[in-house]
Write a protein that binds this ligand. Structure first.
Ligand SMILES: CC[C@@H](C(=O)O)C(=O)SCCNC(=O)CCNC(=O)[C@H](O)C(C)(C)COP(=O)(O)OP(=O)(O)OC[C@H]1O[C@@H](n2cnc3c(N)ncnc32)[C@H](O)[C@@H]1OP(=O)(O)O
Length: 254
């Protein structure tokens, strides 16, 4: 078991649950966590016996995005580019995993936490949570490639509008724009949940085939280029006064 990322394999049903485990910080992704998550995801790429991977968070949050103590407001553009890139690589690796992936959004998510969910094939959201691509409120744009991925998940019009509004939405609102497949209220026992049972019922070959079909339907070279461009664009906004002030305001809020 890792320090920040728990991995629980259920070999009998070919399913693995990956849990971000930093509840006191709302599972905000520090550099250490990103390194650990990267190792986990690379391991999954070599795993030919798993058909389903479920990403979730411990405590009340799915993920509060990048840890703003690590991704702080005083980085220069080059440093921001360098520091944002590893998580973009993780999101790329998650997107291209050979098995079906689900974001079980057990609670709130913000910023990069939404990007992580967007890298998964399907999303289910707790009705108690609230969710936002709030980067626009921080003077930046999505920095890990998740804005690009959002255009793969929902209509271009809704994606564009949400990124500009940068607002926080309820789970039913996410369902309205088809960002999540369904919402839930009782999500503690993931594998027993009615929403997950149909995935578990499919066999390994079926799920691997459908995932490959999804990957084949995309221009992955262009998708990767667009994710790289997104990180570059975010790194330029990172040095803006609006961003520096927004991060300072977050830490001074209490
Ligand atoms: C870097 C990549 C970039 C991207 O590509 O998008 C990003 O992800 S930028 C980060 C975007 N995320 C945010 O702006 C979220 C900031 N956090 C919040 O707005 C709130 O904390 C919350 C997530 C809505 C939760 O609110 P609440 O339940 O009221 O808890 P607290 O605010 O008291 O937080 C508890 C604890 O967690 C720490 N925390 C939360 N989020 C982060 C974060 N992103 N980075 C670092 N630390 C975070 C918060 O400081 C509290 O710590 P303590 O004060 O020590 O208790």
């Amino acid at each position: 078991m890792g320090e920040w990322i728990n991995v629980k394999r259920h070999d009998d049903i070919h399913t693995t649950i990956v849990t971000l485990n930093r509840p006191a910080k709302r599972n905000a992704l520090s550099f250490d966590m990103i390194r650990e998550l990267s190792d986990v995801v690379h391991g999954l790429h070599q795993d030919h016996d798993t058909k389903l991977v479920i990403f979730t968070g411990a405590g009340v949050a799915f993920c509060a995005g990048g840890d703003l103590s690590d991704f702080h407001g005083d980085l220069n553009q080059g440093d921001a580019l360098e520091l944002l890139t590893p998580m973009k690589d993780v999101l790329w690796q998650i997107t291209t995993l050979p098995m079906t992936t689900i974001a079980w959004m057990n609670g709130l998510a913000r910023g990069g936490g939404m990007e992580l969910a967007t890298a998964c094939d399907f999303r289910f959201a707790n009705e108690a949570g609230h969710y936002g691509f709030t980067q626009g409120q921080l003077g930046i744009s999505t920095g890990w490639g998740g804005g690009t991925l959002l255009y793969e998940r929902i209509s271009h019009q809704e994606a564009y509008y949400w990124l500009v509004m940068a607002d926080v939405r309820s789970a039913p609102e996410l369902k309205d724009i088809r960002y999540v497949q369904a919402t839930f209220t009782d999500g503690d026992h993931i594998l027993d949940h009615e929403l997950i049972k149909p995935f578990v019922a499919r066999d390994v070959e079926q799920l691997l085939h459908w995932k490959q079909q999804w990957l084949d339907a995309r221009d992955l070279t262009r998708l990767k280029e667009r994710m790289d461009q997104e990180v570059e664009a975010c790194s330029h906004l990172w040095v803006s006064e609006a961003h520096r002030q927004a991060v300072a305001q977050f830490f001074n809020r209490k």
